[in-house]
Design a protein around this ligand. Structure first.
Ligand SMILES: Nc1ncnc2c1ncn2[C@@H]1O[C@H](COP(=O)(O)OP(=O)(O)OP(=O)(O)O)[C@@H](O)[C@H]1O
Ligand SMILES: [Mg+2]
Length: 548
């Protein structure tokens, strides 16, 4: 008999790891690393899905969220929407299988993209309470509502259906989920309350009702009656595809020829361009894509990189736009000045994206604290990992001092400001599966900085025109008030007549006032000049004060 080696011994322990087992052990990768965050993740995954589904179906969202405290550290999360519902056959897999969804294989701007979100909530709930998820769904008034209780078999990564029945439901269409999980509820930064407030700000077309664990009902009213512009699906841009992906695409393509494959499976490749690429790679455009060998694929890949191909289409992006951003800010934040900038679309790794920034200044905002940063990706608030996010780097890299806000070198500035940064893209490059921070692509950081500079300049202009003048006037008033008293003391000291001294002091004040006011004017002039130079090409900015 052959000798039994260490390798044989090790072989006995080697086996497949199911994706559910992996994520059950590494739940922090999905954002479930502590009970407070877990409660937030459950609400967030469900609400994000409801907003995606209603948007895709062209329905103005009406979403209900409820948190019921069952024990000290146990909650029931309920989320209900008026979306298109989910067909009965799909329900078990959607909720009871990780990596199952409709968004991963498409390049389309949506909140979800991985097909993990809601099943991760079920997995976490089941791990911490032993209970499954209760799902009710109805797809039209003509169909009956279906109710399921679903668990997840972590070894197989498959759903287990515990109950399946039709039920009465007064809703005509939509989805309702209920899940129990271990969690803790705390108000403040990074809380469910904060998430709901921010999601309402960035989705002014949504109506959200939130019942807190303290049984208080908060309503975030809809402030816009139009749905966001439809986000179109696009094909990948050739520049954004890696060699391995190109090979896989060729193997699974239904195209009969290499030329048809290049034209049909990518964006921006015409017949002429497809032939040019094949020619450069010394490949026959009529060859079957599945017969292309690895080294041939490599020369095809090189040839793509060396061919000039126009940037991907950008009508696939659905930004909020300045007006909606300002409306959202005004709804949630009490400030004195608001402005917003939507940048033109740009591209990273072949993926179109767009940055927009909103800013609120003054009013009830705290003067002595770091400015507040609100980060959003495809209209979803990002509440964790601020330090690791491209947004934060861009803010720290912007020279806020020149916009009238104090800042120590390369850090978050201090002042009465809230900055909202929104990235819209067909694929947001998150730093992890928990979708908490945006990766540091230079193209993304550059766009963020340009947008921040534009709102910074508008704020600086407002500060110079209004705030500085107001402060100078306050100083002048204060001085004016003390002139008679000062004249009196000086008269006692010098023996000069009080009236004469007072007259002289008033003259000095008048002269200084003139100088001060002309300083403010001059600053304004310089600001306007600077603006003309910087935005000579295109102005896509809106500024708005609360008074207007
Ligand atoms: N409320 C809902 N209404 C209609 N369809 C839904 C709803 N919730 C989920 N779905 C469908 O279930 C799929 C899986 O949802 P899931 O949250 O697991 O993944 P995802 O949203 O695609 O990506 P991510 O992991 O980034 O959240 C979605 O792609 C969508 O097709
Ligand atoms: Mg999702």
């Amino acid at each position: 008999m052959a000798e039994r080696t260490k390798a044989h011994e090790m072989a006995e322990k080697q086996r497949e790891i199911s994706v559910s087992e992996f994520f059950a052990k590494n739940r922090h990768l999905l954002g479930f690393d502590n009970p407070r965050k877990a409660l937030l993740m459950a609400v967030k995954e469900a609400v994000d899905n409801s907003l995606d589904a209603t948007q895709e179906a062209g329905i103005l969202p009406d979403i209900y969220v409820e948190l019921q405290q069952i024990k000290e550290d146990r909650f029931k999360v309920i989320v209900e929407d008026n979306g298109p519902g989910i067909v009965k056959e799909q329900i078990p897999k959607i909720f009871g299988k990780l990596l199952y969804g409709s968004k991963f294989h498409r390049l389309r701007q949506s909140r979800g993209q991985q097909g993990i979100g809601i099943s991760a909530v079920l997995l976490y709930g089941q791990l911490t309470t032993g209970k499954g998820m209760h799902v009710t769904s109805r797809i039209s008034p003509k169909h009956q509502a279906h109710y399921f209780e679903i668990h997840l078999d972590t070894q197989k990564n498959d759903p287990i259906i515990k109950e399946d029945k039709t039920v009465e439901w007064k809703k005509e269409h939509g989805v309702r989920i209920e899940v129990e999980l271990q969690g803790t509820y705390q108000k403040g930064k990074q809380s469910v309350d904060e998430y709901i407030k921010e999601i309402a700000l960035i989705n002014p077309h949504a109506q959200i009702t939130y019942r807190t664990p303290e049984k208080e009902t908060l309503t975030y009213a809809r402030v816009m009656n139009e749905l966001p512009k439809e986000a179109k699906e696009i094909k990948p841009h050739p520049y954004g595809v890696e060699l391995g992906v190109l090979i896989r695409m060729m193997q699974s393509s239904s195209a009969g020829t290499l030329s048809a494959f290049l034209q049909g499976d990518f964006s921006r490749i015409s017949q002429q361009l497809a032939h040019e690429i094949c020619e450069k790679a010394k490949l026959n455009p009529r060859a079957r894509p599945s017969t292309i060998a690895r080294d041939e694929a490599e020369s095809l890949f090189g040839s793509i990189q060396n061919t000039k191909i126009i940037a991907p289409p950008t009508d696939c992006l659905s930004p909020l736009k300045e007006e909606a951003l300002i409306k959202g800010l005004k709804k949630e934040i009490n400030a004195e000045f608001y402005c917003a900038v939507t940048r033109p679309p740009s591209v990273y790794r072949g993926n179109p994206f767009l940055i927009e920034v909103g800013l609120a200044y003054g009013g009830s905002l705290e003067k002595e604290e770091h400015i507040k940063i609100m980060r959003f990706a495809n209209r979803v608030p990002l509440l964790y990992q601020q330090g690791a996010c491209a947004t934060t780097e861009s803010i720290m890299d912007t020279a806020w001092k020149s916009y009238g806000i104090s800042q120590s070198k390369d850090s978050i500035p201090v002042g009465p400001v809230i900055v909202v940064v929104h990235m819209a893209s067909v694929w947001v490059p998150f730093t992890s599966e928990a979708k908490e921070a945006i990766a540091h692509y230079p193209e993304i950081i550059k766009e963020m900085k340009l947008a921040l500079q534009e709102v910074g300049r508008q704020m600086a202009s407002y500060i110079r025109k209004n705030v500085r003048a107001r402060e100078q006037q306050e100083r002048i008033n204060l001085f004016e008030k003390y002139i008679p008293e000062l004249a009196n003391s000086l008269s006692n000291l010098t023996g000069e007549k009080k009236e004469k001294i007072q007259e002289e002091l008033e003259k000095i004040l008048k002269k200084n006032m003139k100088d001060l006011l002309s300083d403010v004017k001059e600053a304004e002039q310089t600001e306007i000049k600077g603006k003309n130079v910087a935005f000579g090409e295109k102005q896509t900015t809106l500024g708005d004060t609360d008074a207007s």
